[in-house]
Every structure is written in structure tokens, then in C-alpha cells.
Design a protein around this ligand. Structure first.
Ligand SMILES: *Cc1c(COP(=O)(O)O)cnc(C)c1O
Length: 218
């Protein structure tokens, strides 16, 4: 199967409210171009350096999504072009994104990454920390960021019940925040990867991040 046919196959199965981010990390620019030529524009990278390299080489109408952990000292390299940062996991990072977005004369869309998996190593905020961000009001005053929603990753397990329960709890939390305290346009729930995106969609995902099913294993 080719990249283009894998991509079109997934897209043909998606409900209309769900957006696909094609995760091109570790894959060469030519692989991105193959998906681009098939009409795809949204690509995800987990490393700043790799994303800026591909940004420079590839067509400028690509929407670049940063999905991996972002260090504050690297925000400046992507602030001029990044489309959506999925992986905001601290207030300090939000402040830095706002600062760099202001310098670049942009408003940058962000998702707060929430820790829902059992693994210790995965980044993300707790539900409580997310609540604090909205309750503080400080972030409503930041003019160069827009918090568009939440992102989460499930535990890496074959047990579908665990995965489904984690996605369900994030989805419920997302809906609570949205109806209670979230800003306008809080409408993105980024959850689901190659192994679990069908479950994520059933549980309310509006954005899936799929790499290996499109580009092959890494
Ligand atoms: C690598 C990665 C993905 C895509 O993973 P696949 O299993 O290849 O689909 C999605 N989200 C994040 C945060 C990732 O790092």
C-alpha cells in the first residue's frame, strides 16, 4: 500500500467532525510530499528541529502541528509558523508561547495536554492543573494564544477497556470544561493514534494523530 492510498483509506472512514493529522516524524520530506500531493495539508511532528527543517523545505500551505514535548527555550523557533501546539503541559510554557507569538505578531492555537495514561513517563497536566489554568483567569488575558482544547494519549496496552475508559474520562472532562469555563472556540479534542483512533472517535475525539498506519512503521 502507498502513503496516498493509506491516507485516503483512513480519510474515507472518518466522520465529518474529525480531522486527521498525519504524523510524519522520522519520515523524510519526500514522504510528506506524497501525502501532500494526495491533497493532505495537516502534518504532525514531535521535535522542533525536525519540524523547522521540513517547514523550510516544503510548501508553505502545510499546517504544522507540534505534538511532542516542547521546551520553553525552543518555542521561538516555531512561533512564526506553527499551526497548533498539542502538547502544552505547563503554565510557564503557555506564557512563553504567548510572548513569542506576540513577537511574531500572531495568535497561536494551543491544546493543553492532559495526563490520562497509567505510564509515569508521559507528559501532561492533571485534570486539577487544567482546571487551575482556567480558574486563574490569568490566561484569558493572554492575547497571543488561544486555548482551543485538550490532547491526551492512552496507555500503551492491548486492553481495549483501559484505553476506552481513559478516552472517555478525557472526553467527559473536555465537555465539562467547555460548558463551564472554557473560552469561546474551545472545540478540539485531540486523541487517538494508529492503534486506538477508532476507539478515540467513538469516545468523542475531534482530531486524530496517525503516523505508522499512513507512513509505515518507524
Ligand atoms: C508518534 C505520535 C503519534 C502517532 O503515532 P502512531 O502510532 O505512529 O500513529 C501520535 N501522537 C503523538 C503524541 C506521537 O508522539
Amino acid at each position: 500500500m502507498s502513503i496516498a492510498s493509506n491516507l485516503l483509506q483512513i480519510k474515507s472512514e472518518l466522520p465529518p467532525q474529525v480531522t486527521l493529522v498525519a504524523v510524519s516524524k522520522t519520515k523524510p520530506a519526500e514522504a510528506v510530499m506524497e501525502a501532500y500531493s494526495a491533497g493532505h495539508r495537516a502534518f504532525g511532528e514531535n521535535k522542533v528541529q525536525e519540524m523547522t527543517g521540513k517547514y523550510e523545505q516544503l510548501p508553505k500551505d502545510i499546517e504544522w502541528h507540534l505534538i511532542g514535548h516542547l521546551q520553553t527555550n525552543k518555542v521561538k523557533y516555531i512561533a512564526g509558523f506553527v499551526h497548533l501546539i498539542h502538547s502544552v503541559d505547563s503554565e510557564k510554557l503557555l506564557l512563553e508561547i504567548n510572548k513569542q507569538a506576540k513577537k511574531a505578531d500572531r495568535v497561536i492555537d494551543c491544546l493543553l495536554q492532559v495526563h490520562i495514561a497509567k505510564e509515569e513517563t508521559k507528559f501532561g497536566m492533571s485534570f486539577e492543573e487544567v482546571n487551575k489554568v482556567f480558574a486563574s483567569g490569568e490566561f484569558a488575558a493572554l492575547e497571543n494564544i488561544r486555548i482551543r482544547g485538550l490532547m491526551g494519549m492512552s496507555t500503551n496496552t492491548d486492553d481495549e477497556t483501559i484505553v476506552r475508559n481513559e478516552f472517555r474520562s478525557l472526553s467527559q472532562f473536555f465537555n465539562e470544561i467547555r460548558s463551564e469555563i472554557a473560552p469561546p472556540k474551545f472545540d478540539i479534542l485531540s486523541m487517538g493514534m494508529s492503534g486506538d483512533y477508532q476507539i478515540a472517535i467513538e469516545e468523542g475525539s475531534t482530531m486524530i494523530r496517525v503516523g505508522s498506519t499512513i507512513f509505515g512503521s518507524r
